[in-house]
Write a protein that binds this ligand. Structure first.
Ligand SMILES: Cc1ncc(COP(=O)(O)O)c(C=O)c1O
Length: 240
C-alpha cells in the first residue's frame, strides 16, 4: 500500500462537482463549522482546529512560523525525507534544530530523546514526524513525550500528515500542543486541505507573539473563526 494520496471514494468525488458557494455565506459557515468540529473529534482536542487550504507542507510550515522564533532551540528526531524537511523549515524560521539523527528506517529511541532534553534544558519545542512516510517508520512513544516537555513547559508539535485518522491520536491526553495532517492521506479526501489543531496555551502564545506572515497567520484564523466562523482568506471550497 502506498502512503498516499489515497483513493478518494466516488461519493466524495461527486460532491466536488456541486456548485461552489460563497465563502462569506451562511452555507459556508455550516460547512466549515462541521469540518472544524469533525477535525477536533479525530484529533481528540478541545483546542482550536483550522482547515488550511494548503498541502501538508503548508501545515508544517504554518506550525513553524507561528511558534519558532530566532535562536529558539528545537529538538527533532530526523530519519528520512519529511523529518529532514521539517528540520530545515525550523532553521529557515531562525530556530536552532537539534537533530537526533538516525539511519533511514530506524527511530530515535525514547532514551535518545530524553538525553537530548537532558542536554538542552532551555529547549523551546520538540517536533516530531509520527510516521516518517519516506521509510514507513512510526514512532510509538508519543504518550511519553509530555514527561519531557512538561519539565520546562516546552511545546510539543506533531507532524501526523500520513497517519492521523489511520491511527488513533489522543492530542490533549498526550499533551500535544500542535498537530497536523493532510486530507489526502488517511482521511481519503482529495488534496488541498490540511487540518491543524492548536491547544489553548499555544494559541495564547501565538496571539501574544504573532508571526510576520499573512497567509499562515494563525491568530488571524482564530479571530475570523471566533467572530463569524469564517476563514480569513478564500478557502479551497470544492475540496472542503
Ligand atoms: C509525514 C509527512 N509530512 C509532510 C508531508 C508533506 O505533505 P505534502 O506533500 O502534502 O505537502 C508528507 C507527504 O507525504 C508526509 O508524509
Amino acid at each position: 500500500m502506498l502512503p498516499g494520496p489515497t483513493n478518494v471514494p466516488e461519493r466524495v468525488t461527486r460532491a466536488m462537482v456541486t456548485p461552489s458557494i460563497n465563502h462569506r455565506s451562511d452555507d459556508f459557515v455550516e460547512l466549515y463549522e462541521e469540518c472544524v468540529d469533525n477535525t477536533k473529534k479525530i484529533f481528540e482536542t478541545e483546542g482550536d482546529a483550522v482547515c488550511l487550504s494548503a498541502s501538508g507542507t503548508g501545515a508544517t510550515e504554518c506550525s513553524v512560523v507561528n511558534l519558532v522564533k530566532k535562536d529558539d532551540k528545537v529538538i527533532i528526531p530526523v530519519n528520512g525525507e519529511f523529518s529532514t524537511r521539517l528540520a530545515q523549515q525550523i532553521e529557515w524560521a531562525g530556530g536552532q534544530a537539534i537533530r537526533i539523527q538516525t539511519e533511514p528506517g530506524v527511530n530515535a529511541t525514547f532514551d535518545q530523546v530524553k538525553e537530548a532534553f537532558d542536554n538542552n534544558k532551555d529547549v523551546k519545542a520538540f517536533y516530531c514526524v509520527w510516521n516518517e512516510t519516506s521509510t514507513g517508520t512510526m514512532i510509538n512513544y508519543l504518550d511519553r513525550i509530555k514527561d519531557l516537555t512538561s519539565r520546562n513547559d516546552s511545546y510539543y508539535v506533531l507532524d501526523g500528515v500520513s497517519i492521523v485518522g489511520g491511527e488513533e491520536l489522543h492530542m490533549d491526553k498526550w499533551g500535544i500542543d500542535i498537530a497536523m495532517t493532510g486530507a489526502q492521506k488517511a482521511f481519503a479526501c482529495p488534496p488541498g486541505i490540511s487540518p491543524i489543531c492548536i491547544n489553548g496555551r499555544t494559541r495564547k502564545y501565538m496571539e501574544a507573539n504573532p508571526p510576520n506572515t499573512m497567509y499562515f497567520n494563525l491568530p488571524r484564523y482564530f479571530k475570523y473563526y471566533d467572530e463569524a466562523k469564517h476563514t480569513p482568506f478564500t478557502p479551497a471550497l470544492p475540496v472542503l
